[in-house]
Design a protein around this ligand. Structure first.
Ligand SMILES: NC(=O)c1ccc[n+]([C@@H]2O[C@H](COP(=O)([O-])OP(=O)(O)OC[C@H]3O[C@@H](n4cnc5c(N)ncnc54)[C@H](O)[C@@H]3O)[C@@H](O)[C@H]2O)c1
Length: 312
């Protein structure tokens, strides 16, 4: 198969690319290195990497028009500065809608998208969140622009799968609590955890299911989620364990702030129904793989698409 992967030098995209190459597929990647890194993909005879933006219309028309991919995996996104609305809309809305448009024009058979659980709003109305929960992305520029992209996919009539995600972690993860815990512990600084819970899934588990989606499995929206949440405290403990920090320092525990949500748990039942049983990698294995990556490559920038707790 021929696959066009946007954001292929990022965490999720690069793992998908590796799996596609491993089974002999031909892959073209476009990434502007906003949060991705060139070293995330080794050179390969069946891989072409283009460093540019998905919002570069004439270049994208040429690349996708010439390559004629069977599948388009759209993993590129802008999120690293919550106040940078220009780049969020340029990548997520302009670039994102262009990917949908070109997929349609060039006869792409499968379009795979990754949506954020923030599309359900900062305070979801139910737990676990079902796929019928109304979309209400108004709380962040990232969610607004990602949801616009999802609406364009639905509007287009193309064959698509969108995986709505809460917390995907593992090697090459540059956002969220994991790289922050690693960096602070490495620098000998105190960490804090809130009394909240999240569902952390391993990036390689998601990549394996993405490959199935490229091959034609599933249609429409899915929650890629294990269905079980863990305390942020457990994530912190797993990082301390993986780093083998002397004295096993404790984190300060903070109460939830007024804007914090106790748990974000996505109901995965439709995913299990259509993609079969998924064997989720245990948290400690996931964290250990991520820590090995940070020890080799550093953490990049610990981005967050929302304001950090202590900045509020
Ligand atoms: N990781 C998660 O927990 C999570 C949760 C919800 C949704 N998602 C979605 O999954 C997808 C992949 O996320 P990730 O975790 O791999 O993040 P990531 O930051 O590792 O990857 C995103 C990639 O997109 C690239 N990019 C940004 N703007 C671009 C542009 N204009 N043109 C080309 N490339 C561009 C970045 O350089 C980066 O390599 C995104 O669409 C994101 O919204 C991820």
């Amino acid at each position: 198969m021929k696959a066009f992967v946007t954001g292929g030098l990022g965490q999720i995209g690069s793992h998908v690319v590796e799996m596609l190459l491993e089974r002999g597929d031909e892959v073209v990647v476009v990434d502007n290195l906003a949060t991705g890194r060139i070293e995330h993909l080794a050179e390969h005879p069946k891989l072409k990497v283009v460093i540019d933006s998905i919002a570069n219309k004439s270049l994208m028309e040429e690349l996708i028009g010439d390559f004629r991919p069977d599948a388009l995996v759209h993993a590129a996104c802008s999120y690293k500065d919550p106040d940078d609305w220009y780049n969020d809309t340029l990548t997520n809305c302009v670039g994102g809608s262009l990917m949908v448009d070109l997929a349609k024009k060039c006869g792409v058979k499968r379009f795979v998208y990754y949506q954020t659980a923030l599309c359900y709003g900062l305070k979801p109305q139910e737990q676990p969140i079902t796929l019928n929960h109304p979309r209400n992305p108004a709380g962040s520029s990232y969610a607004i622009s990602k949801t616009a992209n999802e609406y364009y996919i639905e509007l287009s009539g193309i064959e698509y799968v969108t995986f709505r995600l809460a917390n995907v972690i593992g090697p090459r993860n540059v956002a969220g609590p994991l790289p922050i815990f690693y960096q602070r512990l490495k620098d000998g600084k105190k960490c804090f955890v809130t009394k909240s819970r999240r569902d952390f899934v391993f990036v390689k588990d998601l990549a394996a299911v993405t490959v199935k989606a490229c091959d034609g499995m599933g249609h429409g929206a899915y929650h890629f989620s294990s269905g079980t949440d863990v305390a942020i405290q457990e994530l912190y403990n797993a990082v301390v364990e993986a780093m083998d920090v002397p004295g096993r320092p404790q984190a300060d525990v903070k109460d939830l702030g007024p804007d914090d949500v106790f748990s974000i748990l996505l109901d995965p039942s439709r995913t299990f129904q259509d993609f079969g049983d998924i064997e989720f990698t245990p948290l400690q294995t996931t964290v250990t793989e991520a820590i090995k990556y940070y020890q080799q490559h550093g953490t990049l920038g610990e981005y967050t698409h929302l304001r950090l707790q202590d900045e509020k």
